[in-house]
Design a protein around this ligand. Sequence first.
Ligand code: NDP
Length: 434
Amino acid sequence: VSRNPNESEFHQAVKEILESLIPVIAKHPKYMEHGVLERIVEPERMISFRVPWVDDKGKVQVNRGFRVQFNSAIGPFKGGLRFHPSVNASIIKFLGFEQTFKNSLTGQPIGGGKGGSDFDPKGKSDGEVMRFTQSFMTELNKYIGPDTDVPAGDIGVGGREIGFLFGQYKRIRGGNEAGVLTGKGLTYGGSLARTEATGYGAVYFVNEMLNSKGLSFEDSTVVVSGSGNVAIYAIQKATQLGAKVVACSDSNGYIYDKDGIKLDTVRRLKEVERKRISDYVLEHPTASYFEGCQNIWSIACDIALPSATQNEIDEAAAKLMVANGVKAIGEGANMPCTLEAIDVFLEADVLFGPAKAANAGGVAVSALEMAQNSMRYSWSFHEVDDKLHMIMKNIYKNSVEASEEYGYPGNLVVGANIAGFIKVADTMIAQGII
Ligand code: NDP
């Protein structure tokens, strides 16, 4: 803590992992002998840079850019870019740290990284977003490449931003290295099913948890927070599996539609028109809009898929959800539940799918996008979706097996942390003290 002052999110993520690893360290002293824990919590490299750009009024704006290259033991650094005013070193480091274990869990050869900026794309014109992203990439390009570090999207970085970033990278570096970014458009090296992958993957993962108890999405009531990339495709897949999704949100508030959210409206409002979720009720007057996003967790549901941002479910919200009869949680977002909230769910025997397992589908399909770029070939939607489904089943199976082997049967927080850790840790030992 004294080494990384004021980095509460990073401390939270490290605490969760290190506590889970206690039985592993007890069984395998080699990890202590080789200094694996001390090394694994320290990023290989943390880059911070100035991002100057000119807004539509001709005024100079300055944002801060980050890239953390956390761990490259098992493959090139890989992880998204987040553009949101809350971005700082602590947020980027917690995300990069988690990403290392998540990427290992996917079974794909990718290391952990993350990046972003405190730039807020909301309310900015396309021209402003382009000028900002071009300035951002003018610095970032020095540190990335298809075999070294491959960024993707995250909060505030979707297809538009990836397009501008790729264009600027190509312009500076020459050539056409498609594999330098993932989440690209389909006309220039993107993978089918990448857009859907995180949301679909989270639902596939939760479905495995439900099936293990003889339950399913069929006829269940679901609440999904957020209305961005992860939320939209989680809503779509849950609905396809027979669930009724009754609520979703943005950072201003949430909507409740007892008849089930009309996804076409949400997609148009958020993906095309870039409007607020409150506009939904103008088109569907029987639905209700409530200001403030936190209270979405007061809505009773069988399955909750928090898919907006970190620490959106605290202990009080978790207790309320348990009292309202929630049966399963799948973390679509990164670290949406506080450590105290996770304890509430585990103590109440609620099925709990932690982020690094449940939302690994996005980065898994990003790795498949890199593979397709290397082959200069593209798979069909079904081929990618089938591979994604298989990867999510394997992540579930490996997490369950690790939880059993180390004495915490059914605790997927511990299971996912251990399964993700062992591969990275053994590789770090094999590669020497670096
Ligand atoms: P988007 O930017 O597409 O959507 C984010 C959604 O969450 C928006 O509805 C946004 O509302 C809301 N939101 C953002 N910040 C806050 C906040 N501080 N409080 C309340 N609501 C907020 O991002 P994604 O869907 O891509 O990402 C969502 C989460 O999923 C993040 O935690 C991300 O790290 C994680 N994730 C994403 C992956 C991906 O492939 N995209 C992969 C794995 C994890 P508003 O529009 O008002 O900002």
